[in-house]
Write a protein that binds this ligand. Structure first.
Ligand code: SF4
Length: 539
């Protein structure tokens, strides 16, 4: 039993409230120690961080160590603190950050500039972590899933213009200018009809015309801005012009539109780690399959890779590129609208290909033979055309289900690499289980980042900086995930082993350099001795 109502805190007048050593601020099992260990293992100069290779002999005020700023950002992004001003505040009051930064207090400008200037190095650090995860055996490296997700940019929809929107804006401004011009004329006419005495007593002869004149001038200025924007857009060859963030675009999917970026990520099946990612500004995923799968294959150094993606990634050219690079892609084949089937007519599926004879067989059992020429279709595919015989089709009882009345024979266009699609279609027949796993694999990181961390938008503008910020998000996702899988003790032990290995490599390199230098100096000394002896002899 106690006679106190509530638990009392410590007295603020006591001499020592906090532990006397900064080391005591965080416990031995605090995850912040994992950040410290990870950053210590990184070779920041090699990754390209600014000031990382600065020598002690350089003059001037020393900058902050990029390692400290990277630790600050890792801690911030893991704990949903992204703004440079909030990071500055937390560095002063958050005991974990005080421990991590050894009580350094960088200003918000320094913090913000680090993220802007080191976007490429942040990407490299993210890649390094994937390599580390691979070395630790946390990446399966055989099955990956690819998907894209829209993230808001630091731009509003109103700041992004299409040609249509600019043309509409100009037309609307023209109407307004015309309306004001007319009211100006009406005003002048009304003024002219008034007796001379009334006009002098009125508003000094202006009759509100001055106000209207200013409004017309403002509208004209707006119109010339819109006209200049339209000219800029035409010149760039782009479809959209973004005034706030030059690289953000209006992205639309399933009727929902945002102003921002499309983040592509490749996730490994084993522990749902992001092994490759990219930020693009195209709504469609259709051209991303090969680039993303190849990036993952390179990062994993895999001999062969199975890549799963949704229907939005289906592209024959992309499937061919994947096959050429040893990537086995699984992408559902779009069904189309099935208009012909609904009408009871034959579609292409009803024609079977015989690879030995290089012919198609129609539902009536007749053969379609290839023509000699090659045609390029609108998507750039080179195709061969197979034709039925006019006479056969003319007397065919199935003609009404196969051809339009005005068309004399049937044509089937076959892509020159159609065998790639046939192999893919055959693969997809037995890929039901694999495709069911796809969304569970790839949605994990996006779900975690967007719903748990609340990262639905970028704070920075422009491709480079946005890519740097995404690298931080992906790195922090992977970092937290690995920490959860391994536990702090194992994770730190692995990093320590990696650091020891790194130090061994450095020591080996240094000893080789030392040996080379000593040989060089011995050679120089011998040359000088010979030269001196020769001079003495001549003298
Ligand atoms: S119309 Fe010609 S191509 Fe079509 S099913 Fe009849 S024979 Fe075959």
């Amino acid at each position: 039993m106690t006679n106190r109502t509530f638990k009392p805190g410590e007295s603020r007048d006591q001499a020592c409230l906090l532990p006397p050593r900064i080391e005591d601020y965080v416990g031995p099992d605090n995850p912040v120690r994992a950040i410290e260990s990870f950053v210590c293992v990184l070779d920041l100069a090699k990754l390209g961080f600014r000031h990382a290779d600065r020598g002690a002999e350089e003059v001037g005020q020393p900058p902050y160590d990029p390692a400290d700023l990277l630790k600050l950002y890792l801690y911030g992004y893991i704990n949903q603190i992204r703004s440079s001003r909030r990071l500055e505040r937390e560095a002063c009051r958050n005991l974990e950050l005080i421990w991590l930064l050894k009580h350094l207090k960088p200003g918000y400008r320094t913090i913000a500039n680090f993220r802007k200037e080191n976007w490429a190095a942040l990407k490299a650090a993210n890649r390094s972590f994937v390599l580390l995860a691979r070395e630790l055996g946390l990446v399966g490296g055989s099955v990956v899933a690819i998907d894209g997700s829209f993230f808001h940019g630091d731009a509003s929809k109103a700041s992004i213009f299409t040609r249509k929107r600019l043309a509409e804006q100009i037309a609307k401004l023209d109407q307004e200018i015309e309306a004001y011009g007319k009211s100006l004329e009406d005003n002048d006419t009304a003024e002219a009809k008034k007796p001379r005495k009334d006009r002098a007593e009125g508003d000094g002869g202006g009759g509100g015309g001055g106000d209207i004149g200013a409004k017309v001038a403002a509208l004209m200025a707006k119109r010339s801005c819109a006209q200049a924007d339209l000219a800029r857009l035409e010149e760039s060859g782009e479809t959209q012009l973004s005034l706030t963030d030059p690289d953000a675009r209006l992205l639309v999917k399933n009727g929902q539109g945002i102003a921002g970026y499309n983040v592509q990520s490749v996730v490994d099946e084993k522990h749902k780690l992001i092994v490759a990612s990219e930020v693009v500004n195209d709504s469609s995923d259709v051209k991303q399959l090969h680039a993303m799968a190849k990036a993952a294959k390179d990062a994993l150094e895999a001999e062969a890779l199975q890549a799963l993606a949704d229907e939005g990634y289906y592209s024959s050219l992309e499937l061919k590129a994947c096959e050429d690079d040893g990537i086995v892609a699984y992408v559902p084949v779009p069904e189309g609208n099935g208009k012909l089937e609904k009408q009871g007519r034959f579609s292409r599926k009803d024609f079977s290909y015989d690879s030995d004879a290089d012919t198609y067989r129609c539902p009536a059992g007749e053969l379609l033979h290839p023509t000699k020429g090659r045609w390029q279709n609108t998507s750039g595919r080179v195709e061969i055309r197979y034709l039925s015989r006019k006479a056969t089709c003319g007397s065919c009882p199935l003609r009404a289900r196969c051809l339009n009345p005005k068309v004399p024979y049937r044509t089937i266009a076959r892509w020159e690499h159609e065998d790639v699609l046939e192999r893919h279609r055959a693969r997809m027949q037995s890929a039901g289980e694999l495709m069911r796993r796809r969304s569970a694999i790839v949605e994990h990181p996006f779900g975690t980042l967007k719903c748990r961390a609340g990262y639905r938008h970028f704070l920075l503008r422009g491709f480079n900086k946005v890519r740097g910020e995404w690298s931080l998000m992906a790195l922090c996702y992977n970092f937290t995930r690995v920490l959860n899988i391994l536990g702090l003790a194992d994770f730190v032990a692995c990093l320590t082993r990696a650091l020891a290995l790194f130090q061994q490599v450095i020591a080996a390199i240094l000893s080789r350099v030392q040996a080379l230098l000593s040989g060089f100096w011995r050679h120089i000394a011998r040359s000088l001795l010979i030269r001196r002896t020769q001079l003495a002899f001549v003298g």
